[in-house]
Design a protein around this ligand. Structure first.
Ligand code: ADP
Ligand code: MG
Length: 394
């Protein structure tokens, strides 16, 4: 069992009426670690934070923080710095006073003098590019400015037992989001306390989390390093949440024809699979079990190449649409009755309607069709570090 002085959740469950928002959550965040919690809307992300903060009462399970069970502690006594998804700013207080409010709790003597406090708040507001709005009321702010005021209030609590940020940058423009992602991450990492960063954006989670917990339907679908989640999604559901665009997922039936494993799409179209991926699949599950096996085949958009139709060993497809993004083009193609999206460094100037060849150039991941859980991935048994590719920079 995990044993450290950070946050440890054991079998945490919470229902609202007959709606199970959290279902047996095991999670730990080490001191100084940032765990990103990602998942679709309604997955239970906010409920998880509220249970830790003491604002919702779990039905069962335990919450350890700083080496002890905190179930009996009132929210105010838990030392939690929490950015609410809804901001929850005091409407009658200025941005400065909102940010300063946790440092001015009656009865808890702040060790900061007035000038030190002003300096601390000022620095945080400046970092979040809202220093010039310090005297405004929340009603005088845009959505993104309100979000940053609430973020400042969470971040000034340097001595919190845990910092939890529920979708801290979701309402900012892309440029600011990009900058603050790094700055906030650094600020959290510099602390001794654990931190939780909630985001529905799978790539943001990979970028800010030391580890990433994927929460789906109130359950942890996968908990691992960004690299593990990127390379080895545990299920089709996880794969769908990660990547922009996410992994292509094709329903296929495996067949063993005279010793060669092939995959056929629903419409009879044959896929040409990378031999090493097939070898790993056979090694993992045995050939016999693959006979007529219904699988979902996952291929990352960057692991498909568009090539000339006359090349050997290609699959025939037709270009549906093309989105040029400078460094790469995103090309949507039909493959039988299915569609795939390709992140092409060289789109060869193809046009919609054109017939082209496709080849899978990277590892293919196999999932069980029925359950969606991963059977084997192209990555696992692959040799040394040099063969592994980095999680994409954002
Ligand atoms: P997320 O933050 O991942 O979007 P939430 O934790 O807000 O998800 O919600 C998880 C589930 O619990 C949802 O189905 C939501 O409708 C339900 N839920 C959350 N809070 C309440 C509440 N106070 N009363 C009833 N249902 C709730
Ligand atoms: Mg939420």
């Amino acid at each position: 069992m995990t044993d450290h002085n950070g946050l440890i959740l054991n079998e945490l469950s919470k229902t609202f009426g007959d709606n199970q928002a959290l279902n047996g959550i095991d999670l730990d965040v080490a001191p100084g670690e940032v765990v990103a919690v990602t998942g679709p809307s309604g997955a239970g992300k906010s409920t998880l934070c509220k249970c830790i903060a003491g604002l919702e009462r779990p039905d069962s399970g335990s919450v350890f923080l700083g080496g002890r069970e905190i179930a009996g502690d009132l929210p105010g006594g838990r030392g939690v710095a929490f950015l609410f998804e809804s901001y929850a700013l005091y409407p009658h207080k200025t941005v400065f006073e909102n940010a300063a409010s946790p440092l001015r709790v009656p009865g808890r003597s702040s060790s900061l003098s007035g000038a030190e406090l002003a300096d601390r708040i000022g620095r945080e507001l400046d970092k979040l590019a809202i220093g010039h709005l310090a005297d405004r009321l929340p009603s005088e702010l845009s959505g993104g400015q309100k979000q940053r005021a609430a973020l400042a209030r969470a971040l000034v609590q340097d001595n919190a037992a845990i910092t939890m940020l529920d979708e801290p940058i979701s309402h900012l423009d892309a440029k600011l989001r990009h900058r603050l992602r790094g700055e906030i991450k650094r600020e959290l990492m510099a602390r001794d306390a654990p931190a939780i960063w909630v985001t529905p954006d799978g790539l943001e989670a990979l970028s800010v989390g030391d580890r990433v917990a994927v929460l789906i339907g109130g359950k942890i679908a996968q908990f691992g390093t960004p690299r593990e989640i990127w390379e080895n999604p545990a299920s089709v559901e996880v794969a769908r949440l990660i990547g922009d665009p996410p992994m292509n997922l094709l329903s296929a039936r495996l067949q063993d024809r005279d010793g060669t494993v092939t995959a056929e799409l629903d419409d009879g179209m044959h896929l040409i699979l990378p031999p090493d991926s097939v070898e790993r699949l056979v090694a993992a599950s045995g050939k016999q079990s693959l006979q007529d096996g219904a699988v979902t085949i996952g291929v990352k958009p960057r692991d498909i190449r568009i090539i000339r139709l006359e090349d050997v060993g290609v699959m025939t497809s037709e270009v549906v649409s093309l989105e040029p993004f400078g460094k790469h083009s995103l090309v949507t193609l039909s493959l039988g009755k299915s569609f795939v999206r390709v992140k092409a460094r060289d789109d060869m100037g193809v046009r919609p309607g054109e017939r082209v060849g496709l080849r899978f150039t990277g590892p293919v991941t196999f999932f069980k069709a029925k359950t969606g859980s991963r059977i084997v991935t192209g990555w696992e048994e692959q040799g040394g570090e040099t063969e592994r590719r980095a999680v994409p920079a954002l």
